[in-house]
Design a protein around this ligand. Structure first.
Ligand code: F6P
Length: 349
């Protein structure tokens, strides 16, 4: 193992509340306990692929002391993929060497950590990963930081929507983020007592949903709340906002709530509207749970650097923070299992 003196840290992909908690913990632990120098790399992999003047900056304990409660990421983020174009991964490795970065803490979801895993495998990059995503869809860990905050925001939104839906005797369809995994919608639908919750893992039955709302109307409740995940499909195709794809090949989802609202209005005759929560779910201050989890992840990531646990990701297993292989963690999207969805179905109606 090459000796570590300077540790780089980057955040990639969609931001998530808690990123600054990890940055703070890694910085403090690495400097105070291990005497490393820490540098922040701006804009994810872009900061190493196409560095600008501000791309690599020294982080001190004073820089991070008060950022635990701040949303977003002080290191900025991007969806840059160094494996999209031939030769770019080599550039990242070369720039790491030029900046004197001996070890890297990569904080991200499956895309960012997938790149970290490949850089380790292909070039022996000394990297440790940390699982971030509001979508909560990384394998190898019980939960990702950012998820708890997103679920709390979506739950509060459902609580608020319910009172106006009832007052105006409307069905309100609420579109929730999560791409191809329904974790946020599942959690918010349960905690926010939606009348129907739809996740990408299960194909919706529009007739059954319309019947449910007709029955509610028959017993005097001409209103209701539907929580729907942005990745739910009616038929084969995802509903998208543009034809564009990002560098990792992801489409920009959005529009299922509107489509569903129109379908339900037609089938039930009840006034039906829709709301898209969008980036509200990602912004703002993290919950106490995410502040604690991100701090524990950051401390363990610094320890992993000290131990030379390269190619590993910090993970929550039960109440312990452990390390797992990055390859394992990024191999497969973790989706909502059927038995959990069944729990939710008990409360449909
Ligand atoms: O991965 C997190 C996430 O918020 C998804 O839930 C969502 O589909 C996507 O990012 C949106 O990404 P962007 O902000 O780049 O459009």
């Amino acid at each position: 193992m090459a000796e570590v003196r300077r540790v780089g840290m980057l955040t990639g992909g969609g931001d998530a509340p808690g990123l600054n908690g990890v940055i703070r913990a890694v910085t403090v632990k690495c400097i105070e306990d291990y005497g490393y120098e820490v540098v922040g790399i701006k804009r994810g992999w872009k900061g190493l692929l196409a560095p600008e003047e501000d791309s690599v900056q020294k982080l001190t304990v004073d820089d991070v002391r008060y950022i635990l409660d701040e949303g977003g990421t002080v290191l900025l983020s991007s969806r840059t993929n160094p494996y999209k174009k031939e030769g770019d991964a080599e550039k990242v490795v070369k720039n790491m060497q030029e900046f004197g970065i001996d070890a890297l803490v990569a904080i991200g979801g499956d895309d960012t950590l997938g790149v970290a895993s490949r850089l380790h495998k292909d070039f022996g990059v000394q990297v440790v990963g940390c699982p971030k995503t509001i979508d909560n869809d990384l394998s190898g860990t019980d939960t990702c930081f950012g998820y708890d905050t997103a679920v709390s925001i979506a739950t509060e939104a459902l609580d608020r929507i319910r009172t106006t839906a009832r007052s105006h005797e409307r069905i309100l369809v609420v579109e929730i983020m999560g791409r191809h995994a329904g974790w946020i919608t599942y959690g918010a639908g349960l905690a926010g007592a939606a009348n129907v919750t739809l996740i990408p893992e299960v194909e919706p039955d529009l007739d059954a949903i319309a019947d449910l709302f007709k029955k509610r109307a028959e017993r005097g409740e001409r209103w209701g709340v539907v929580a729907v995940s942005e990745g739910v499909t009616i038929g084969e195709e995802y509903i998208t906002q543009t034809a564009e794809r990002d560098e990792f090949g992801h489409v920009r989802l959005g529009g299922i709530a509107e489509t569903l609202a129109n379908e339900l209005k037609e089938r039930t005759g009840i006034d039906t509207r829709h709301v898209v929560l969008g980036h509200l779910q990602r912004g703002g201050t993290p919950t106490a749970y995410d502040r604690i989890l991100s701090t524990r992840y950051g401390i363990r990531a610094a320890e992993a650097v000290k131990n030379g646990e390269w190619g590993k990701m910090v993970a929550l297993r039960g109440s312990d923070i452990v390390t797992v292989s990055l390859e394992e963690a990024t191999g497969e999207t973790r989706t909502v299992p059927e038995d959990l969805y069944d729990v939710l179905k008990t409360f449909f109606g």
